[in-house]
Ligand binder design. Structure first.
Ligand SMILES: [Zn+2]
Length: 154
């Protein structure tokens, strides 16, 4: 005979503050000035954006600041059409990884500026390899949302 377990639903909210430190502070301050900064590894020479203090690949110091391209190439994307708890953006929207020009890693952000109600139409405009450009928000607060989204170019 199996024992029956009763459950109840309980959602946990976890608001928190995160100390940015000098590297992320400088990165976000750059966004306020419509500049995207990465840092270059002193050992493997990779440029990663957002900027970071050490290389996650070889643990080398990343002390050289590089202003990277505001355009890049989509390497992965997904169209989000469903709502879920804690979502920060009203669907539909596209999350993508973008290889910004002059960098060696994916930059995670939204793709926008296109109609998103029909996935087949979206697929005509967004694909792996699509070139995109940063569209800056009018109001900037030194946050990742100073970039409103990346929009397809060409
Ligand atoms: Zn490295």
């Amino acid at each position: 005979m199996s024992k029956e377990y009763r459950t109840i639903r309980n959602d946990v909210s976890l608001p928190y503050r995160w100390s940015l430190g000098p590297v992320w502070t400088r990165f976000f301050d750059g966004l306020k000035d419509e500049k995207i900064y990465g840092t270059k590894c002193t050992q493997c020479c990779k440029v990663l954006a957002p900027a970071r203090p050490f290389c996650p690949g070889c643990f080398g110091a990343m002390t050289e600041w590089i202003e990277v391209g505001q355009e890049g190439t989509v390497t992965s994307w997904t169209l989000v059409k469903n709502r879920y708890y804690g979502q920060i953006k009203e669907p539909p929207y596209i999350m993508a990884l973008i290889l910004l020009d002059g960098t060696d890693c994916g930059f995670s952000h939204f793709i926008g500026g296109i109609e998103m109600t029909d996935v087949e139409e979206v697929k005509k405009k967004v694909a792996v390899g699509t070139r995109v450009r940063a569209k800056w928000s009018q109001d900037k607060n030194a946050t990742i949302y100073d970039i409103a989204y990346f929009e397809p170019v060409g």
